[in-house]
Every structure is written in structure tokens, then in C-alpha cells.
Write a protein that binds this ligand. Structure first.
Ligand SMILES: [Zn+2]
Length: 65
């Protein structure tokens, strides 16, 4: 295995998918290489959590009615 340089799907910047990360991906059963740089992955994860929190709040207010 060697380090792979991948172009981020979101921001278009190149990032390195290191040997260590490739080994980790295999360990957790992920067959595909990441398509986003670590920065964009974090941003996506954060925005997803925000949406989920909003949904929870909506459900709670609906239950209150
Ligand atoms: Zn990116």
C-alpha cells in the first residue's frame, strides 16, 4: 500500500489518503476511498448533526401540542 492523493469532491482541494488511513478503512469494513478531505467530512458531519437536532426539537414541540 502507498499513500493516495485524492481530489476532494466538495472543495476541489487535493488531500492525502495515507497508508494508515487506508488500513483503518479496511479494518472498519469500508471498501471505498473517501471522496472528501477531512475538513469537508467534518463540516458535513457537523451540519448533519445540526439537522438531526432541529428534527428532534420539531418532534418535541409537536408532542407538546
Ligand atoms: Zn474538501
Amino acid at each position: 500500500m502507498a499513500d493516495i492523493t485524492i481530489t476532494c469532491k466538495d472543495c476541489g482541494k487535493e488531500f492525502v489518503f495515507t497508508e494508515g488511513e487506508q488500513a483503518f478503512f479496511k479494518q472498519v469494513g469500508l471498501e471505498h476511498n473517501p471522496v472528501r478531505c477531512p475538513g469537508c467530512r467534518k463540516a458535513r458531519k457537523a451540519s448533519k448533526q445540526t439537522v438531526e437536532q432541529k428534527n428532534e426539537q420539531t418532534e418535541q414541540s409537536e408532542n407538546a401540542n
